[in-house]
Ligand binder design. Sequence first.
Ligand code: GTP
Length: 342
Amino acid sequence: MTIPVTILTGFLGSGKTTLVNRILREPMGERVAVIENEYGEVGVDAEFLARSGEETIIQLENGCLCCTVRGDLARALHELATQARDQRIEFDRVLIETTGLADPGPIIQTFLAETAIESMFHLDGIVTVVDAVHAQSQADRLEFRAQVAYADRIVVSKLDLPQAQDAAAIADGLARWNPRAPIQACNLHEAQMSTLCDHLFQVRGFAADYVPPEEIGRALQGQVWGALDGRWRKVGAHHTEEVNSCVFTSQEALQLDCLNEALDKLIARYGSRLWRCKGILHAEGHRARLILQGVQGLIQIGSGMMWRPYEPRRTVLVFIGQNLEPELIQEALLQCVAVQPA
Ligand SMILES: Nc1nc2c(ncn2[C@@H]2O[C@H](COP(=O)(O)OP(=O)(O)OP(=O)(O)O)[C@@H](O)[C@H]2O)c(=O)[nH]1
């Protein structure tokens, strides 16, 4: 059994530390180890392991997780695992708090690419905290959009403050960059922890065997996406030049070889601009759904649950990134729709 890891991201001052402190104080039955990455503060040796009461906190040296200290992250996780194996510490989950300017992409890649990590930990989900007061002004920043785009779950903080924007308007705005992540808006100082933890944990955002199709379905049926009547949707009204997202859907089976080739070409074309792709595949010759998980240049296709007899088989793929070309992606994937016998 591997240990779940949650990556906590969010713009400067959004409320990440407030949330971590609440989780540590009211852990809801899970013992949580925290890896902190404070940029610009006095660095603490990466090997240093501080314990305070029941908590396990590792601070990574000065530097941003997404660029300079990725190796340290792997080492910190390894250190945690070793100490757990030697029964020096006990924990059920690891929470990694990134700096407010971190791009979650490379951090997620560290997980997916490092086999040493994979044998001990699995990525449960990316949680992004968004500040209800400053979301609008921060939305110009690429870091903010990337943090929103990668999220499996979003927490909107500071809803109690008089300057906070309306929760529905914030949700509408965030859907530009992420149509799939469920959102919970609250006052982080007072939110009920059981509700919050239900929202944040056991996300299975990167599970190879299961992606709840309802999750994507809900996004598709929401305001932004309209009805599921076509194969392809771009977030029309909210489209921005820089960060965009789009969804490909098909009732007909796709040919897997063709799809692999198409994805290779898309990766070659967009590289690290293709931040996240995720979805379920109805593939020719497969009786189970396939699950596609991608972060930047890494894409994995794994086996999912069997299609139930009454369940309409379909492909739903979400792509999120910078300056993607929806028509081109659509065209590439449409080529992979298996030809029906006459
Ligand atoms: N009223 C109110 N204040 C909040 C809420 N969430 C966070 N704050 C306050 O916002 C300020 C920043 O919160 P932090 O938790 O330090 O934010 P952070 O994301 O860790 O900040 P950085 O480490 O700089 O990126 C603190 O003064 C918190 O008390 C909330 O829901 N309501």
